[in-house]
Design a binder for this molecule. Structure first.
Ligand SMILES: [Zn+2]
Ligand SMILES: [Zn+2]
Length: 407
């Protein structure tokens, strides 16, 4: 029987419910985090909220505390699951390196020029007028879009990578950051709620016994909960404050730690309110991975073309290649993938990447002629469920870079 994508997944993720839920490899720690929330909540409902039921002038207020505690805890746990069990923004791996990124350079060896393969490991793209370096990922065989990073724990490239959270057992990235922030901020509020009501319970007992020591002895649960919430508040409250700062300046934790010393301008900062709107009011992009799709047999890769003569005009060679490719249906598929991926015109090539700008652009003049056939192939491609080959993120990526090209 054909395997599904999640069954042949190359990252370290753990899947549940036949690939519907995706966790990081350390998902077991999630059980611990759930217990850290659930156990105090149960203690609170059983010992504190129950004691408070009849302490108010109307019984409704007492019951409201119990109901709010239950709903609030459930809400926090659901947010934890939303953060933990969804694709954080994993970019599908390529099955082979982007062929067109290879270029041939001559090097002097023993007095004779010898052609050798070059592969640019970094590129610069312009985001809002600021140069941003994008790196090539050896594992995923792709150029990471800006703000993307490879998580060594999950072994995936994740878009807008924030950090890998061991408490939720998942990467925090573009698709789950909102839930992560809502989780930590709600957990902070829950801590404050439990702490305040436990303190109120102690106050009622002090009023009753006129003795603090007696009151504390009568409700050890309140004392334990107050201490626990006090410690937890430093942790989740501090984290919430830190992330409020990060959101307001449009930074990720990774960027904050990595570039703090550089003191360079943040290309993504659009002002406090737009930054908040970006995190909380934009539509979360759909996952780029169809974990449950059936795997397609990938067509064998055509071999690299033979080395050209050292002095050969690159533009001509590449034009001939494009035309050759047109004759081979399978290669058109690859060609279109490459065009999707790296829209070469979009990337501002720097340094010795071997192509003159003109030769690159001349290839893309061919683009209009190829457009019709490519569109047909793309239509076919989009029907190939579970293909690792295409990834629409590059379209967005290209759009950014195309913008940056405009004068
Ligand atoms: Zn990667
Ligand atoms: Zn991770």
């Amino acid at each position: 029987m054909a395997k599904r994508v999640y069954q042949a997944w190359k990252g370290s993720n753990i899947f549940f419910c036949n690939g519907r839920l995706v966790f990081g490899p350390d998902a077991r720690s999630l059980t611990f985090s759930v217990l850290l929330i659930l156990v105090p909540a149960v203690i609170f409902c059983t010992f504190v909220a129950r004691n408070l039921l009849h302490k108010f002038s109307t019984d409704n207020a007492g019951y409201a505390i119990l109901v709010v505690a239950i709903i609030f805890t459930t809400y926090v746990l659901v947010l934890l699951l939303f953060t933990s069990a969804r694709d954080p923004g994993i970019i599908p791996r390529n099955s082979h390196p982007p062929e067109e990124e290879f270029c041939y350079e001559s090097s002097e060896a023993g007095g004779r020029p010898t052609p050798s393969l070059q592969f640019p490991r970094t590129k610069e793209v312009i985001v809002n007028g600021v140069p941003v370096k994008v790196k090539y990922c050896e594992t995923c065989m792709l150029y990471r879009p800006p703000r993307c990073s490879h998580c060594s724990i999950c072994n995936n490239c994740v878009e807008k990578f924030d950090h890998h959270c061991p408490w939720v057992g998942q990467c925090i990235g573009m698709r789950n950051y909102r839930f992560f922030f809502m989780f930590i901020s709600s957990a902070t509020l829950l801590c404050i709620f439990v702490f305040s009501l436990s303190a109120l319970n102690i106050k009622f007992l002090v009023d009753e016994h006129h003795n603090v020591w007696k009151a504390l002895k009568e409700s050890p649960a309140s004392v334990v909960l107050m201490s626990y919430c006090f410690i937890a508040l430093w942790f989740v409250g501090g984290l919430t404050g830190f992330h409020l700062y990060l959101i307001s300046t449009n930074q990720t934790t990774y960027e904050n730690f990595r570039y703090r010393a550089d003191n360079r301008r943040n290309a993504f900062d659009r002002g406090c309110i737009p930054n908040f709107l970006e995190v909380f009011c934009t539509k979360i992009q759909p996952s780029k991975n169809k974990f449950r799709a059936y795997l397609q047999e990938e067509a064998p890769r055509t071999s690299m073309r033979p080395m050209p003569e050292v002095n050969e005009e690159f533009g001509e060679d590449r034009r001939a290649k494009v035309e050759d490719d047109l004759e081979i249906g399978d290669d058109i598929m690859k060609l279109s993938q490459r065009r999707d991926y790296y829209g070469t015109e979009d990337i501002k090539r720097r340094g010795s990447d071997g192509f003159s700008r003109e030769s690159v652009e001349s290839d893309y003049n061919l683009g209009s002629e190829l457009q019709t056939s490519l569109s047909q192939v793309e239509a076919q491609q989009s029907r190939r469920a579970g293909s690792f080959g295409t990834s629409p993120h590059i379209l967005a990526f290209n759009a950014i870079v195309a913008d940056s090209k405009k004068p």
